[in-house]
Design a protein around this ligand. Structure first.
Ligand SMILES: *Cc1c(COP(=O)(O)O)cnc(C)c1O
Length: 403
């Protein structure tokens, strides 16, 4: 069989397929070895049949691999699969989620530009913006994720990018993505969404008007805590300059990690469904627990973002937070009474994790900044895993019942 003909037909047949099918099959190419699972290509460089072929490859006149900082077949398969799942034309895989965000801002912003960012983004994103972007005379303003007027009023003639995460961490606030996309469009700015919490199984921001989606593949895309990686998805025209940054600066994805993430994508829809089901059941159980003051989960009908989440998300996600009655002492008691749940700030794992944001992920903030962000000392965040929900509840009950 002619494999290139087979591979072309195989990929074009996938155009009509559903998410679950794309998650298992998109991007795969078969070689003459007839492998069923995707092959890993652990090679730094590639050979040519002649000096003329080498010259043509280097000159860009003929397509093909030259060096793995530029392209690698396993990484390409991951990129094509994730692009298909986000309904984007193209994807650039990166060495981490932060490398994805770094590449997006470096490719698109220059001195004198202005960036609008929601106040409730990942801690390292703020450090990247504040400590490094500012050095290059890029100005940054932070916005209330939920307040469209705040987004609108902070736009300047120099605003080139709007950046946010939704649902937010750890309060599960839900941004109106289509509304913010319209503000970005009117400003002639790029709209970038960090889709780490929902994954494309739960939300496809490009369909709601985002220009670029960034991912920490480290979280749900791997889903089992094995590898660090990231990706950017969008139109070919927007991904090309990002690939340019990656090729020159170097934070590309390793073929082994790409293979792990490919295997993660195959079960993404299944896993996200169970993460969400478990999180909803845990949220409902916590909401009626006498030692719990409040629960933040957009799957709960009384959460302020519930209706919006129902409209723009296919599922509510696996992360929730709650306040115990009391303060830091009571919250720590609940953490310390767990025996199964992992005490770690990581999320997006088969294993349930618990963290006290006030003294970990948000510990660097001043008391005043924490108050503004809605993070009290009584707050705990749980990234609900794939264990049986009864066992997750039992482990949390140990601490709560003892308060
Ligand atoms: C973890 C995380 C990142 C950073 O990803 P890394 O893979 O750790 O570099 C960015 N955004 C969100 C929302 C995250 O949770």
């Amino acid at each position: 069989m002619d494999f290139s003909e087979f591979n072309d037909r195989y990929q074009s047949d996938l155009d009509d397929c559903a998410f679950e099918t794309l998650a298992v099959r998109a991007g795969q190419v078969r070689t003459h070895e007839c492998e069923h699972s995707e092959a890993i290509f652990p090679t730094s460089s590639y050979v040519f049949n002649s000096a003329a072929e080498a010259a043509a490859r280097f000159g860009g006149e003929s397509a093909g691999n030259v060096y793995s900082r530029y392209t690698n077949p396993t990484v390409r398969t991951f990129e094509q699969r994730l692009a298909a799942l986000e309904d984007g034309e193209a994807c650039a895989a990166t060495s981490s989620g932060m490398a994805a965000i770094y590449a997006v801002v470096i490719a698109n912003l220059k001195a004198g530009d202005h960036l609008l960012c929601s106040a409730s983004v990942f801690g390292s994103t703020i450090v990247l913006f504040e400590k490094y972007l500012r050095k290059f005379n890029i100005d940054i303003d932070y916005v209330d994720l939920l307040d469209l007027n705040d987004w609108k009023s902070k736009v300047r003639p120099t605003t080139k990018m709007l950046f946010l995460e939704s649902p937010s961490n750890p309060l599960n606030d839900v941004a109106d993505l289509a509304g913010i996309a319209a503000i970005a469009k009117a400003a002639g700015a790029l709209f970038v969404v960090d889709n780490c919490f929902c994954t494309p199984a739960g939300q496809q921001p490009l369909k709601l008007g985002a220009d670029l989606v960034v991912h920490s593949a480290t979280k749900y895309i791997d889903g089992q805590g094995r590898c660090v990686g990231g990706a950017v998805v969008g139109s070919k025209a927007l991904i090309e300059p990002i690939i340019g940054v990656l090729r020159s600066a170097g934070p590309t994805m390793s073929p082994f990690n790409a293979w792990v993430f490919l295997k993660g994508l195959e079960t993404l829809a299944l896993r996200m469904r169970v993460h969400s089901e478990n999180a909803l059941e845990l949220a409902q159980w916590l909401a009626q627990h006498p030692k719990v003051a409040t629960v933040n989960y957009c799957g709960l009908t009384d959460h302020p973002g519930h209706e919006l989440a129902k409209r723009q998300q296919r599922l509510f996600g696996g992360v929730l937070s709650f306040e115990v009655k009391g303060g830091r002492e009571e919250a720590w008691k609940v953490v310390d009474a767990t025996r199964m749940i992992s005490i770690t700030a990581n999320l997006g794992d088969a294993k349930t994790t618990i963290t006290h944001p006030g003294t970990t992920t948000h510990g660097r903030l001043s008391e005043d900044e924490r108050k503004k962000a809605g993070i009290s000392q009584a707050l705990l965040r749980v990234a609900v895993g794939l264990e049986h929900i009864d066992d997750i509840k039992r482990d949390l009950a140990r601490g709560l019942d003892a308060l």
